[in-house]
Write a protein that binds this ligand. Structure first.
Ligand code: FE2
Ligand code: FE2
Length: 195
């Protein structure tokens, strides 16, 4: 039996107040999306709670933990350590929070980069992270919120496209998994007729 209060308390002590608030927003959104899209609500809520559990660990410690837990840092993660918090987060969810469900762990693991052939739960967490109510306004947010309620794939195509554009514009590090996620969805869904 998952003790949500215990998870919440533990998280509150390991996240900054701002990140904790963001997390609560992701939980709220994930719960709503799970209801709409018929996804296991408990899995959605746990994944949402834990998705950023490693994000406030200082970077040098994140690198150390990745080594210790045998998480391979690829060249992209090495150049942008922020990319590794989701992979490390999955490992910490397993070790510190006792989560064994691979579906939940993968939703945490791929919430930053995405990947091809994502499960519904993975898409839901990726989107909830992006659209949660505490996010400050940015272009495309409103449309992403609308799409997420109606069609997870359509919302993912929009959000991945915007994210890739944003990263390219600021000359950031774009992980190939993100490109693969978009290409896969586009080839799977084909062109949308009624956008
Ligand atoms: Fe994150
Ligand atoms: Fe997040």
């Amino acid at each position: 039996m998952i003790d949500f209060d215990e998870i919440k308390l533990k998280l509150q002590s390991s996240l900054s107040p701002k990140r904790f608030l963001h997390t609560l927003g992701v939980v709220e959104t994930a719960e709503k999306l799970a209801e709409i899209h018929n996804v296991d609500k408990e899995k959605a809520v746990i994944s949402a709670f834990l998705h950023d559990c490693a994000k406030d660990i200082p970077e040098s410690m994140q690198i150390r933990f990745c080594k210790e837990f045998h998480i391979r840092l690829d060249e992209f993660m090495k150049k942008n350590i922020a990319l590794c918090h989701s992979f490390l987060g999955a490992e910490i969810a397993k070790r510190e929070y006792g989560i064994k469900d691979e579906e939940i762990l993968n939703a945490i693991r791929f919430h930053t980069t995405g990947r091809k052939n994502m499960t519904k739960l993975e898409k839901l967490i990726y989107l909830a992270d992006y659209i949660e109510p505490n996010r400050k306004y940015f272009e495309g947010l409103k449309t992403a919120r609308e799409y997420a309620k109606k069609d997870l794939d359509k919302a993912m195509i929009l959000v991945l496209t915007n994210t890739i554009e944003y990263i390219k514009k600021k000359n950031g590090i774009l992980h190939p998994l993100t490109l693969e996620a978009l290409e896969y969805l586009k080839s799977e869904k084909g062109e949308f007729v009624n956008w």
